[in-house]
Design a protein around this ligand. Structure first.
Ligand SMILES: [Zn+2]
Length: 162
């Protein structure tokens, strides 16, 4: 990220309007660029002063440097938690998929043991090619009438043609 880009993100940062990605890149920059950090500090003081109701103690008011450090630390923490959450969610989805896959494999093996190796899953998994399987019978039961009616139409057309 360039300084000009980082400095454009200062206000959105203070308003907490940055996306996770923007926030990470912004923090990476300001933590390594003293110029932009100074710029951020100036804006931070202005924002703090605007937010300040005037009831705060003087000591707090001038402790903005520490406040900004805390703010950046909190932002880092927030990003860290968001990443951990995404990772956790990803792991959970992956685990669910593995469980599902295991169930399919176990199911296919159980069917195989029972002697009916005609399930589509089983054939995909083991590449078994048996001619007279339940699935093929079912498929033919669906396809045959369609084929027959097509043939019937063909003969009808021939008849009318004659
Ligand atoms: Zn910079």
């Amino acid at each position: 990220m360039k300084c000009i880009e980082a400095q454009q993100l200062i206000k959105p940062y203070l308003k907490k309007e940055l996306s996770d990605r923007e926030l990470e890149r912004f923090l990476d920059h300001v933590e390594n660029c003293p110029e932009c950090y100074d710029e951020l500090e100036i804006y931070f003081v202005i924002y703090e002063a605007l937010e300040d109701s005037g009831e705060e103690r003087e000591a707090d008011r001038y402790n903005f440097k520490e406040k900004l450090r805390q703010d950046i630390k909190n932002s880092r923490r927030y990003l860290h938690l968001r990443k951990a959450y995404r990772l956790f969610r990803y792991a959970a989805i992956l685990a669910a998929e593995i469980v599902l896959l295991m169930a399919v494999i176990t199911g296919a093996e159980m069917l195989g043991e029972e002697g009916s190796r005609g399930t589509t899953v089983y054939r995909i998994m083991y590449g078994e090619q048996e001619s007279e399987t339940e699935t093929e019978k079912e498929t033919q039961a669906v396809i045959r009438p369609v084929l027959d009616s097509a043939k019937g139409q063909e003969t009808q057309t021939k008849k009318t043609g004659e």
